[in-house]
Write a protein that binds this ligand. Structure first.
Ligand SMILES: [Fe+2]
Ligand SMILES: [Fe+2]
Length: 238
C-alpha cells in the first residue's frame, strides 16, 4: 500500500490496515489499542510529538515491511489468531513470569522496595487477565463465531452480546492501566546498574508482555468487536 498516511485517521484503523505500524506506536509511547479511537494528529498532540516525525517513522516501517499482513478474513479466523497467538502465550508466560518476579523480589526487594509494588501489580494483572481470557473463550467468542454463520438474533440476544463486549472493553482498560503502572514502577523497563541476569530477564519479559497485550487488545477492540457490531446489526435487521 502506498497511500499517504492521513493524520485525521484513527489509530486503530491505521494499525488494522498496517500491522507494521504497531511497533512504531509502541516505540514512541502512543496507545493504539485502548486509545485506538483517537486520530493520529490528536494522539501526537497529546503525547507532545510532531506529527511529521511520527509519519516519517510510519513510512519507514511501511517500506521495511517484508509482507506482514492481516491474514484473517472472518471473525472465526480472528478468534483463532487471538487464542493461538495471545491467549496461549499468556497461559504459558504468566505463571512462569510470576516465578521469576518472586525470585527477583526475594533477592533484591530490600534494596529496591518498588519491586514489591511490581509484584503486587503483576499479580493483580495476571489474575484479572487469566479470568478475562477464559471468559472470552467460554462465553463471548463462541457467540461471535456464530455471527460468521447465518445467525439471526433476537433483540435480547443482541443486547446481551453488546453488553458482554462493553464489559470486555472495560477490562481491557483496567489491564492497560496495570501495564502503565508497571512501566512507571520500572522507569520504562530500564535496567539498573549491576542488575543480575534474573532481574534483566524479568524486565525484558515484562516489556514483551506489555507489547503483546497491546497488540492483543488492539485486535479485539479495533478489529474483532467493530466487525462483530456490524454483524450484530445485520443479524437483528434480517
Ligand atoms: Fe483476548
Ligand atoms: Fe480481551
Amino acid at each position: 500500500m502506498t497511500a499517504e498516511i492521513d493524520p485525521e485517521r484513527r489509530l486503530g484503523a491505521l494499525v488494522r490496515e498496517n500491522p507494521e505500524f504497531a511497533p512504531v506506536f509502541e516505540s514512541v509511547g502512543i496507545d493504539y489499542c485502548c486509545g485506538g479511537d483517537a486520530s493520529l494528529a490528536r494522539a501526537c498532540a497529546d503525547a507532545d510529538l510532531e506529527v511529521a516525525a511520527v509519519r516519517e517513522k510510519l513510512r519507514a516501517a511501511r517500506s521495511d515491511n517484508d509482507g506482514e499482513t492481516n491474514d484473517w478474513n472472518s471473525i472465526s479466523s480472528l478468534v483463532d489468531d487471538v487464542v493461538e497467538r495471545h491467549h496461549d502465550y499468556l497461559r504459558d508466560e504468566l505463571p512462569s513470569l510470576e516465578r521469576t518476579i518472586r525470585k527477583v523480589v526475594r533477592v533484591h526487594g530490600d534494596a529496591r522496595p518498588e519491586l514489591h509494588d511490581v509484584e503486587s501489580v503483576f499479580l493483580d494483572l495476571a489474575d484479572e487477565v487469566s479470568h478475562h481470557i477464559s471468559d472470552e473463550e467460554e462465553t463471548v467468542f463462541p457467540e461471535l463465531e456464530r455471527l460468521d454463520g447465518e445467525a439471526s438474533l433476537t433483540p435480547d440476544e443482541e443486547a446481551r452480546i453488546r453488553e458482554a463486549i462493553d464489559h470486555l472493553e472495560d477490562e481491557h482498560d483496567a489491564a492497560a492501566a496495570h501495564l502503565e503502572r508497571l512501566r512507571s514502577l520500572t522507569d520504562g523497563y530500564a535496567v539498573p546498574e549491576g542488575a543480575c541476569t534474573s532481574y534483566r530477564n524479568m524486565l525484558d519479559r515484562l516489556q514483551l508482555l506489555e507489547e503483546d497485550m497491546h497488540l492483543h487488545i488492539h485486535k479485539e477492540n479495533n478489529v474483532m468487536f467493530p466487525e462483530a457490531e456490524e454483524r450484530l446489526e445485520a443479524a437483528v435487521a434480517e
